[in-house]
Design a protein around this ligand. Structure first.
Ligand code: KG4
Ligand code: ZN
Length: 336
């Protein structure tokens, strides 16, 4: 079964074709960074308009690149939420229209489910059950994944998502948009001993996160230092260390609590090298297995949507007659 996946939940247009027999046939990504750069963040209306301009030409390119015809496609999957409503509607409307034109089934998929299944695209993939740490621009979730569609939410951020904290801290330090990768790069030049920032909520029991206090701690420090640019690398490093430590502590707690042996880490922030290295070390020490998506599938992409859609279409799931997107949609709602 060959499934065309369409990702348009935010500022990346991602297209991919996944074959249930052969694996990933190909994928393409158009990033809108230059469109939103002058505004310092994603402008929802511009994001939707750019998706409209990109999706169809990218599908044509992808078919050419993979040597496939429209008639080879057995189904379509698109991100139905959570995300920006206008952006989601573009993927949903194009996906549904092509499904009707090509007489194939379609399915709207959950963006965070697609992220958590992304490591399944790798040759060394996890098997159910596993613990998932999902760290993106909109979500920070610890999930016990029993099987496809069976998700027990163990913890989440009570305020800012971790990617959002990276982006806001980067903006504060004058690094622009998108902030996460820029802040991680600057942190490389920083001394980890220079400043110490609080590790939020680690002294409290439970598996929830909070990152807004850390962001405020950075703001206070930055102001005390008179916004001295020479200190920015040290602040970036202290921020990254605090975030990574906090995520590590909660992952360890969740693995010990559930007795699970496999940890999946996905979403945009899973591209962070320090997070990957430190989690790998933790897993090695405890004999846990750890799984990440390849770098390009950490952030938003069409491959994860094609994969997730394919698994659910294979189970016989189909869209109803209505075109529906869900800008807010809890992963826990997928569990039946
Ligand atoms: O999953 P994603 O592409 O989009 C959402 O679903 O939100 O995640 C984007 C987030 C942004 O906040 C971005 O700054 C962050 O992932 N990010 C990183 C890195 N690469 C992307 N954060 C820290 N270090 C990175 N290397
Ligand atoms: Zn995402």
């Amino acid at each position: 079964m060959k499934i065309l996946g369409i990702e348009t939940s935010c500022d990346d247009t991602g297209l991919a074709i996944y074959d249930s027999e052969r694996g990933l046939c190909g994928h393409l990504l158009h990033s809108q960074t230059t469109t939103h750069l002058p505004y310092g963040g994603v402008v929802p209306e511009l994001a939707a308009r750019d998706h409209i301009a990109q999706v169809i030409p990218l599908i044509q390119q992808l078919l050419e690149k993979t040597g496939l015809q429209a008639s080879d496609i057995d189904g379509l999957a698109y991100t139905a939420g959570p995300g920006l409503v206008g952006a989601l509607l573009v993927g949903a409307c194009i996906g549904r229209s092509l499904g009707m034109a090509w007489s194939v089934p379609t399915l709207g998929v959950h963006h965070m489910e697609a992220h958590l299944l992304a490591p399944m695209l790798e040759p060394r993939a996890p098997s159910f059950p596993f613990l998932a740490l999902l760290v993106s621009g909109g979500h920070t979730l610890l999930v016990e994944v029993k099987e496809l569609g069976q998700y027990h939410l163990l913890g989440e951020s009570l305020d800012d998502a971790v990617g959002e904290a990276f982006d806001k801290t980067a903006k504060l330090l004058g690094l622009g948009y998108p902030g996460g990768p820029a802040l991680a790069k600057l942190a490389e030049q920083g001394d980890p001993q220079h400043f110490h920032l609080p590790r939020p909520m680690i002294d409290r029991p439970g598996l929830d996160f909070s990152f807004s206090g850390l962001k405020t701690a950075v703001l206070t420090l930055w102001q005390e230092l008179g916004q001295n640019k020479d200190q920015a690398p040290h602040i970036a490093r202290a921020f990254e260390e605090a975030v990574v430590d906090t995520l590590l502590i909660k992952c360890r707690r969740a693995l010990e609590q559930t007795g699970l042996q496999q940890l999946v880490v996905a979403g945009g922030v899973s591209a962070n090298l320090r997070l990957r290295q430190n989690l790998l070390q933790l897993a090695t020490e405890h004999n846990w297995q750890i799984f990440f998506p390849r770098h390009e599938f950490c952030t938003d992409n069409g491959a994860m949507v094609a994969y997730a859609g394919c698994q659910r279409l294979l189970r016989g799931e189909r869209d109803g007659l209505e075109i529906q997107v869900k800008p807010r949609w809890s992963l826990a709602d997928l569990s039946s």
